[in-house]
Design a protein around this ligand. Structure first.
Ligand SMILES: [Zn+2]
Length: 435
């Protein structure tokens, strides 16, 4: 990575180093999540994590907007805990009491008071804003989209929090004197970046760089003597914390609601509310209906499910439980509802099917059952072979493996509509639509 590219990347989206004045603390929004006082209501925060540190006792407030994952909140919290916790002086640590951290996404507004479009990261007195989109992800600079994406690991969050540290502790003058003399190509116009850049190095943020087997302490010791002295004064040299990208969840993907249609039961059924049916509604939402006849809407928002306003419990998350990548159940409030395998009945499958367009007799198929119970796949060219319902794997038919089938063993997938009716069979990568 060239220095020039590095500079332009950082400058364009990372930095907002001018300390901001408070714009008041009268937030009218009465929500359970504490609202930021510095930029009240600026971000639509949906998640909140309180980080409490001791000696001295301080509180740091970490917020997430709608699409921000729990992993991000937890890992940002760890980063802040270690960067502040690694400070040598309690007189420094205490100044971060009540610092606000906003973890946002590309869908959220740019940082306040910025004239740079796409500017979504900043760190200053009182608050830090981090875009989760470029934490441990291949990121493209939105201002320079033609530049190749670069694995950024924890560069940006540590960089931004570095800005917050420099301004909160009023280190600007100290930084200027250290970096002006230590950096051979010191550039006054980016004077406020140096502290953040070397914070990345001190905390080994750039996980993509080859570390050549060096320990964190060896890398720190390799810094220019006065830069080393600066960070060694601020931070504990022996502190070994390094950020990690392990476990970062994939970008949020939407749930295919059709797959959720079916019957569910609580593990122990104590009343009619514990047996439920999920169906797909015409407006694209799901309907949760229990055996007591009560029903409400389930809607999807950014890859997560929630009950609607019509639910007697209000808007609450509904968690999809998967086992071996297959839908296993739903968790709602404190109850787990296990999916009931709802085996397809033979009668649901019988009938005529066509692969469109029909270009030969193999594309017109009848599914029939003979007197002995065997199900037959018969095409208009006069070929037929038995198929079997496999109720172990829901929605799958198994074709025989013997020479009766010209295709050998294959799985036929049953497609159903939102009401659970069979609409098509998928066989040999082709869709046979029920007539
Ligand atoms: Zn910066």
């Amino acid at each position: 990575m060239s220095r020039l590219f590095y500079l332009s990347f950082i400058l364009s989206i990372c930095c907002f180093s001018m300390p901001l004045k408070s714009v008041g603390n009268t937030s009218a929004q009465a929500v359970s999540i504490r609202q930021p006082t510095e930029i009240p209501g600026y971000y639509d925060v949906q998640r909140y994590l309180l980080l409490e540190l001791q000696n001295p006792s301080i509180q740091i407030h970490i917020y997430g907007t709608n699409k921000v994952s729990t992993w991000m909140l937890n890992n940002v919290s760890q980063m802040v805990e270690n960067m502040i916790g690694g400070m040598n002086y309690s007189s420094h640590r205490v100044q971060f009491n009540d610092h606000h951290i906003f973890v946002i996404t590309d869908d959220d507004p740019d940082v306040p008071y910025s004239s740079l479009p796409g500017h979504k990261n900043t760190g200053t007195i009182g608050f830090t804003i981090l875009n989760q989109t470029i934490i441990c992800a291949e990121a493209v600079d939105t201002l320079y989209p033609d530049l190749p994406p670069t694995w950024r690991a924890w560069d940006t969050p540590i960089h931004e929090f570095g800005h917050a540290i420099e301004h909160t502790l009023a280190l600007e003058t100290y930084s200027d004197s250290v970096f002006r003399s230590a950096e051979p190509n010191y550039n006054q116009s980016v004077a406020r970046e140096y502290f953040s850049w070397f914070s990345e190095t001190w905390f080994d943020a750039n996980l993509s760089k080859n570390t050549n087997g060096k320990t964190l302490q060896e890398k720190r010791s390799a810094l220019h003597q006065s830069i080393f002295g600066y960070y060694n004064w601020l931070f504990n040299f022996n502190d070994n914390w390094k950020p990690s990208c392990t476990g970062r969840p994939d970008p949020i993907q939407s749930i295919d609601l059709k797959q959720l249609v079916g019957q569910y039961e609580r593990q122990s059924i104590e009343n009619d509310w514990h047996k439920i049916n999920i169906s797909l509604q015409q407006n694209g939402t799901l309907k949760w209906r229990n055996d007591a006849g009560r029903e409400w809407t389930i809607f999807q928002s950014n890859g997560e499910l929630f009950t609607g306003n019509d639910c007697p419990y209000g808007i609450k998350p509904v968690q999809v439980i998967r086992k071996n990548n297959k839908l296993a159940g739903l968790k709602f409030l404190n109850d787990t509802f296990t999916r009931q395998l709802n085996p397809v009945q033979v009668e649901d499958i019988l009938g005529q099917y066509k692969r469109l367009p029909v270009t030969n007799g193999w594309h017109s198929v009848s599914i029939t059952q003979d007197d002995s119970g065997v199900i037959w796949w018969s095409n208009e060219n006069g070929f037929s072979w038995p198929i079997y319902l496999n109720n172990e794997i829901e929605n799958e038919l198994t074709l025989v493996t013997d020479t009766d089938s010209p295709y050998g063993y294959q799985v036929i997938t049953i497609e159903k509509n939102g009401l659970g009716m069979v609409t098509a069979l998928k066989f040999n990568s082709e869709l046979y639509t029920k007539q």
